[in-house]
Design a protein around this ligand. Structure first.
Ligand code: FE2
Ligand code: FE2
Length: 168
C-alpha cells in the first residue's frame, strides 16, 4: 500500500514542507541583508539557496499529493527581519538552521519507520538525508572561511566574490 499514508506521517510531512518554506524565507532575508551591505556574492548564494529550499518544500507537498493525502497547508509566515552584527553571524545562523533541519529530517525518518511507512522513509532517504549532509558541509565551509578571513584581518568583501561560486 504505497499510496496509503499514516496520519502521523502526514502531519510530519506537512510540518517539514513548511519548515523548508520557512528556510527559504530565512535565506531570502539573509540575501537582502548581504545586498544592503554591498556584498553581492553572499547575497547571490543565499538567494539561489532560498530557491532550493522552496523547491524542497514543494517536493514534500508533491509527495503528499501523489499519495492522495488530504489536508496539506501552508502555515509558515515569512521570517522576521534579521538583525545581524556581521557576516560571520549570518553564516552561523544559516548553519544552525541547517542543523536543526537535519534533526527534523532524522526525526521524520524515525517516525516513518515506526509507522512502517517505507514509501515516506525512502522518499526522505533518497533525497533529504544526503541533501542535508551536502548543505551542512557547504555552509560549514563558507562559515569557517569567513571566520578565518576575520581572524587574519582579511577583507570579507574580497572573500565575498568567491562565495557566489561555492557549492550548495
Ligand atoms: Fe532544504
Ligand atoms: Fe537547507
Amino acid at each position: 500500500m504505497a499510496m496509503k499514508i499514516s496520519n502521523k506521517c502526514l502531519d510530519g510531512l506537512i510540518r517539514q514542507a513548511n519548515r523548508e518554506l520557512q528556510s527559504s524565507h530565512a535565506y531570502l532575508s539573509m540575501s537582502l541583508w548581504f545586498a544592503d551591505r554591498e556584498l553581492p556574492g553572499s547575497a547571490a548564494w543565499c538567494r539561489a539557496h532560498s530557491a532550493e529550499e522552496r523547491t524542497h518544500g514543494l517536493m514534500v507537498f508533491d509527495h503528499i499529493t501523489k499519495r492522495r493525502a488530504k489536508g496539506a497547508l501552508v502555515t509558515e509566515s515569512p521570517a522576521a527581519k534579521f538583525n545581524f552584527e556581521d557576516p560571520v553571524e549570518v553564516w552561523k545562523f544559516a548553519l544552525e538552521n541547517e542543523r536543526q533541519n537535519s534533526l527534523a529530517i532524522m526525526d521524520l525518518v524515525k517516525l516513518a519507520r515506526s509507522e512502517a511507512d517505507f514509501t515516506t522513509e525512502q522518499f526522505l532517504q533518497g533525497f533529504f538525508v544526503p541533501e542535508q549532509l551536502e548543505e551542512e558541509a557547504a555552509v560549514t565551509d563558507i562559515l569557517e572561511n569567513a571566520k578565518r578571513v576575520v581572524k587574519t584581518n582579511g577583507l570579507y568583501v574580497a572573500y565575498d566574490s568567491q562565495i557566489v561560486s561555492k557549492p550548495h
